[in-house]
Design a protein around this ligand. Structure first.
Ligand code: NAP
Length: 399
């Protein structure tokens, strides 16, 4: 049916490639393109021989002309961007120049400011509409499935949703004193940024990790959760009409936070370049180089993740609470695709989103966040491709 150009060959890309190969009716041919060709070739070697044909290419996706040339050569129907958020706009420009659909899992960030906002990508709405191509933004788990869950709750259960709490728990243990589950630079930028939530249409800002609660997660148990800024708050506030408050919570162990605090105190998480032996280096990028590669955590990580959304609202004049979530086991993800659950829970939705576009279910010219599409076929596909979801109508609430 279609051809996908997958940009990036890291932890998430590896899962996307595995999952495209599990769905060969939709993904007849894929090209894995990234900065380091050997990583693309290693993935090809692992997966070729099945029904999905695989090519590889070396690509610096910061260079729009290079991406345009590769698109013209491979002729994909969609580009799945699972490189880093810094490349989003350059890849969107290449898609516009060639008339190819686009999908990513994280919103654009300038390298020199840790600022998570959709404004840069939303500015492309009219251009994509005029070009007759679809851009799906933020189609991982959070953002991604959390937006699909929101659209599903709105479509099937509520007349109005007033409160949304997004809860992301990782109870996995990789055995290292300190490591991040996805790209360390992106992860640490996210966690050390100020927290924020949306209340009555306005952003409320907090100090980093200032607000803490304890939540008893199904299948995981009690964990400390911390309020973080997260990109889907911005799009959900626009797309879920009548919502009064949206918060995002993530679990962190005391051990993780102690290490992070020390690294922060000594300046290792800074994104300001410093001079070292006549060379400019960014401390956070240096830290990334010494930390374990997230892709190497797969065989070591044990335990479960639980990511979901609690909705509070009204149906037929009565108040209603609804919790929808997915539980993943790190070991099972590793046994299936050779990656831990964090990459798995991001890569599966990226493949499903691309399949939604290629099969015409989510095809509409413009730039959209996932909650703006019909959630039903995506929810079915989550069950089919390894992220089954569960529901509760009497969840514990976050105060
Ligand atoms: N929505 C969600 O739920 C969610 C969750 C987790 C992660 N994410 C997002 O998923 C994306 C991938 O994360 P990851 O953990 O897979 O990261 P990763 O392991 O660091 O992989 C990133 C890949 O992108 C490649 N790359 C970087 N710059 C490039 C460039 N200029 N041109 C071509 N390729 C380039 C890297 O190449 P090298 O191998 O040469 O370094 C690497 O293969 C990130 O944007 C992250 O924010 C989303």
């Amino acid at each position: 049916m279609g051809r996908a150009l997958i940009i990036g060959a890291g932890g998430v890309a590896s899962v996307v490639v595995h999952k495209c190969c599990q769905n060969p009716e939709v993904f007849e041919e894929i090209c894995i393109a990234s900065r380091t060709l050997s990583k693309c070739d290693a993935l090809k070697q692992k997966l070729e021989g099945g029904k999905t044909k695989i090519q590889t290419a070396q690509l610096d996706a910061d260079n729009v002309d290079e991406t345009i040339a590769l698109i013209n050569k491979f002729k994909p129907d969609i580009v799945i961007n699972v490189a880093l958020p810094y490349q989003d706009l350059a890849i969107m420009d290449a898609c516009l120049a060639t008339g190819v659909h686009y999908l990513d899992t994280a919103n654009y960030e300038p390298r020199d400011t840790a600022k998570f906002e959709y404004k840069w990508q939303w500015a492309y709405r009219e251009k994509f509409e005029k070009a007759g191509i679809t851009a799906v933004l933020g189609c991982g788990f959070d953002p991604g499935v959390t937006g699909v869950f929101s659209a599903y709750a709105m479509k099937h259960y509520f007349d109005e949703i007033h409160y949304i709490d997004i809860l992301d728990a990782n109870a996995g243990d990789h055995g290292y004193p300190f490591a991040t589950n996805f790209n360390p630079e992106i992860n640490i930028r996210e966690v050390t940024a100020k927290g924020s939530y949306i209340e009555n249409g306005k952003w409320v800002e907090t100090e980093p990790l200032e607000i803490k609660r304890v939540y008893n997660f199904p299948e995981i148990g009690e964990k400390n959760i911390y309020l973080l800024h997260h990109e889907e708050l911005e799009s959900l506030a626009l797309n879920i009409k009548g919502v009064k408050r949206i918060r995002f919570w993530m679990t962190f162990s005391d051990n993780y936070l102690t290490h992070l605090r020390v690294l922060q105190n000594v300046g290792m998480t800074s994104i300001e370049p410093i001079e070292y032996e006549g060379k400019q280096i960014v401390p956070l990028q240096f830290l990334k180089a010494v930390l374990p590669d997230p892709a190497s955590l797969g065989p070591r990580t044990k335990g479960k993740t639980n990511i979901g959304c609690i909705f509070q609202g009204v149906k037929d004049g009565k108040t209603l609470n609804y919790y929808v979530y997915n539980v993943c086991t790190h070991e099972e993800c590793y046994a299936e695709v050779g990656s831990q659950a964090i990459s798995y829970t991001t890569g599966v939705p990226a493949m499903i989103g691309a399949a939604m576009v290629l099969t015409g279910k989510w095809k509409k010219p413009g730039v959209y966040n996932v909650e703006e599409f019909d959630p039903d076929p995506f929810m079915d596909a989550l069950n089919k491709f390894g992220l089954p979801w569960k529901e509760s109508f009497s969840p514990e609430l976050v105060d």
